[in-house]
Design a protein around this ligand. Structure first.
Ligand code: ADP
Length: 267
């Protein structure tokens, strides 16, 4: 079974200013355990596609299945966890209380919750910080708390919309390494929105390239080193890494007029 099946999906927004065709003719399947990045210039509909999968918006045409169910059913079954650009932690709750929040909402017993939170904090390397408050942590640590919270209910799918967009470059690379390890350890499928070509290449089994207005998929590149368990830092120095970065950059340029790719970070 696929983690996500997107068939003929279109999304149109009607506003006072007029009609925006945000997405058109999107077909994409994501296998269980697969890491797929969506990349493309600003406004090409990446976030909209993510929000459709997460049941936060409804498609205008076509259909979406998450583990063979409607997105609505999958949301109610807690089949996926979400982490977006802002960590979105509750400032009056400790780190442990933030991570345990989804479990609390779904009435998991206290003993089981405490054990699961300890396990999650260990997974993201924050075992010593459970009693701290979010504003006592760095941006990178806050994002790790958000990832731990997204993993609380052992989702088979993680939806991440530029989760590292607000971090400095060094922290960002460290977080990418952490995420690669966590995705490998949990076996969850990941849909990851990013503006950064190297970030997409480092993390993904497949990089899906989109063009702007109406947002369409113009290419999907399988990373030549896909399938290897856990991405090592050394990968960033390898010739095959640079080849893939170049391939994705060229696919982006082919899919868009040159003016449209300015919003994309090509470092
Ligand atoms: P991306 O994530 O690739 O930057 P978005 O998915 O945010 O792109 O947006 C795609 C297009 O849809 C943009 O033109 C945006 O203005 C439009 N759009 C997104 N959400 C809405 C909305 N709620 N109402 C009207 N237009 C929207």
């Amino acid at each position: 079974m696929n983690a996500v099946t997107i068939s003929g999906v279109g999304k149109t927004f009607d506003t006072k200013e007029g009609t925006t065709v945000a997405l058109e003719g999107i077909d994409l399947t994501i296998a269980e355990g697969e890491f797929v990045s969506l990349i493309g210039p600003s406004g090409c509909g990446k976030s909209t596609l993510m929000r459709l999968v997460a049941d936060l918006e409804q498609p205008t045409t076509g259909s979406i299945e998450v583990f063979g169910k409607t997105p609505d059913r999958a949301r109610r079954d807690q089949d996926y966890g979400i982490a977006f650009q802002q960590a979105g932690l509750l400032p009056w709750r400790t780190v442990a209380e933030n991570v345990g929040l989804p479990l609390e909402i779904h009435k998991t017993g206290k003993a089981e919750r405490t054990a699961r939170v300890a396990e999650l904090l260990e997974l993201v390397g924050l075992s010593d910080f459970g009693g701290r408050y979010p504003d006592q942590l760095s941006g990178g640590m806050q994002q790790r708390v958000a990832i731990a919270r997204a993993l609380a209910e052992r989702p088979r799918l993680l939806l991440m919309d530029e989760p590292f967009g607000a971090l400095d470059e060094m922290t960002r690379e460290r977080m990418q390494g952490e995420l690669a390890r966590i995705a490998g350890e949990t076996g969850a499928a990941v849909v990851f929105v990013t503006h950064s070509i190297p970030e997409a290449v480092f993390l993904s089994d497949r990089v899906v390239v989109m063009s702007p207005r109406p947002g369409r998929i113009t290419d999907a590149l399988t990373m030549s080193f896909a399938g290897k368990t856990g991405r090592e830092e050394g990968l960033r120095e390898q010739a095959s890494f640079f080849e893939m970065v170049t391939a994705v950059r060229e696919a982006l340029h082919q899919g868009s007029p040159t003016t449209a790719v300015r919003g994309v970070e090509t470092r």
